[in-house]
Design a protein around this ligand. Sequence first.
Ligand code: SAH
Ligand code: SF4
Ligand code: F3S
Length: 465
Amino acid sequence: MNEKIQKQYNIADEVAELLLLRHGNTPKAFVHTYGCQGNVADSERIKGMLTKMGYTMTEDKEEADLILYNTCAIREHAEDRVFGNVGAIKRLKQTNPNLIIALCGCMMQQEHIREKIYNSYPFVDIVFGTHNQYTVPEIFKSYLLKGKRFFADMTETNEIVEGMPALRDNSAKAWLPIMYGCDNFCSYCVVPYVRGRERSRASADIIAEFKEIVAEGYKDITLLGQNVNSYGKGLDEDINFSKLLRSLNELDGEFTIRFMTSHPKDCTKELIDTIAECEKLSKHIHLPVQSGNNRILKEMNRHYTREKYLELISYAKEKIEGLSLTSDIIVGFPGETYEEFCDTLSLVKEVGYTSLFTFIFSSRKGTKASLMEDPVSYDEKNKWFKELCDLQEDIASEHSAKMLGKAYRVLCEGKSKTLDGYFAGRTDGNVIIEFPCDNEDLIGKFCHVKVTEPLNWLVRGELIK
Ligand code: SAH
Ligand code: SF4
Ligand code: F3S
């Protein structure tokens, strides 16, 4: 085992004893995650470490001895939610004075946020960031021994410490980080500042973890990175993302491999050919375009043009049968005009995405875009945003109408969140499909579902034998 993790394991044993003294019985932890799947994967590893420290997990804040929020800084709205929810748990400290409140993740990497927490949220006990997660036992030990609020050292490191234990959330789907950080500095984005420089995990470590996940019974595995297409840069081995995918595709077992996020500037025809040729790779590409206008793309520092993007899309459509495409779009980038926004509408029409993640521009401290002039009002941007959503709704309805009567292989993920008596799963193309079912044994298994009712962002159907 990695020496650094072994050291943390030893400290975790000491922490377990200190926690037992503090709480009198097995302590319970409530962990909530904001933000992207990268954060979800981090939380799984943090929870693995908390388990080593003697915690059991709870879904109920009221009975928790530790409340930990893993935070996201991507948009102002994400940060506001965190502040609101942190404010709301203050009262729990009055009923349970031993309760520990801890915050970690991307927001905590920002100096101005740490200051705000320090000054205005005195009931927050522990703060740590994205670079020092594996030292959770050490952080808790310092807090428990000193009995004072503990704000961890935020020194950035490019080192990847392998071997953190993961306590995974879902019985069917698993997340597997293949790289960390981002070097792209899109002008609107805070990620490079809060996650540090891009670094890839050695392929042997990824393959070993992938095999473990398959052996544990997971059938849907998503490889994670901010820009998976540049996987392998800086590594001392002859590898790139396509090669990694091909070696995972060859492993034994029944599973689907997904990945996110692909950056169009590094998306190659080699990658598209790999998706077309590897039978275990999902026929879905999430390829965020952000804007359909070349001037805006340049201002965003995205390093591709509308034409280059559309050329990739048409190559992928030609090569990959049953291809499903999704994207992220930012509406109202500083200085964007309505005419420029219309280029985004026309691109969305031309590509025909299965679904879209749409965002109104949010100014992030420290980014280049936060210094640009932004003359269009929020209300106006909101109108454009609605126009885009309406267009996408029509496109999505057309897609699901085409699914009517067809049968799909679906991984059953569990009970539907919207309908009683229904289960939900995902097609290979990442479309959510709901079907009536009461057989819990099906959860985590592949089944076949025929579509009977196409809606817009999901479809309903029935199980077929
Ligand atoms: N690495 C991924 C994106 C990660 S962030 C990529 O490059 O595609 C997820 C999405 O959030 C982005 O694709 C973008 O659409 C959106 N986003 C990021 N910063 C934003 C901001 N300041 N305002 C609004 N949306 C933003
Ligand atoms: Fe942000 Fe751009 Fe990096 Fe994606 S590629 S995380 S949008 S800086
Ligand atoms: Fe948010 Fe950090 Fe992910 S800012 S989107 S949780 S990388």
